[in-house]
Design a binder for this molecule. Structure first.
Ligand code: ZN
Length: 151
């Protein structure tokens, strides 16, 4: 893995953004049994604006750093924008290492491009996606029926 990217992931692991559980509209608990990663995640919305993502978790550095990156990237965004970021991240993570992040992708994903190298390792992709799947699930719960129809 690119050492600069590795640094970024380790930095988020050691200094996580927004860690800890705060008030939220919905809470989910997701596990990644292949690696033993766990996350409890809450989302808080004000209308269509994601005002907070709070979480507690344990597991490997990739899973925990990914939650920190998610918090940094998505908090404060409108739902449509947050969802677009999630889709780009998913595309990168499902690329099996074949996708070289474009400048446009880097702009959208910021620190999350650091996970590009992880996409080569199918077992680790689940680690990186754990918190993002939890966010999607919590969002569907928080926003109720109307949201579910569009997922
Ligand atoms: Zn893991």
């Amino acid at each position: 893995m690119d050492s600069m990217y590795q640094e970024l992931i380790l930095d988020h692991y050691k200094h996580p953004h927004g860690r800890g559980l705060r008030e939220g509209d919905a809470e989910v608990h997701h596990v990644n049994p292949t690696c033993g990663d766990e996350i409890t995640l809450r989302v808080k919305y004000d209308g269509e604006t994601l005002t907070d993502v709070s979480y507690e978790g344990q597991g490997c550095s990739i899973s925990q750093a990914s939650a920190s990156v998610l918090n940094e990237l998505l908090v404060g965004k409108e739902l449509a924008e947050a969802r677009k970021i999630q889709e780009v991240f998913l595309e990168l993570m499902q690329s099996k290492g074949k996708l070289e992040p474009t400048e446009e992708m880097e702009e959208v994903l910021e620190d999350a491009v650091a996970f590009a190298g992880v996409s080569k390792y199918p077992a680790r992709v689940k680690c990186a996606l754990l918190s993002w799947m939890a966010w999607k699930d919590a969002t569907a719960q928080a926003l109720g029926g109307a949201e579910r129809e569009t997922v």
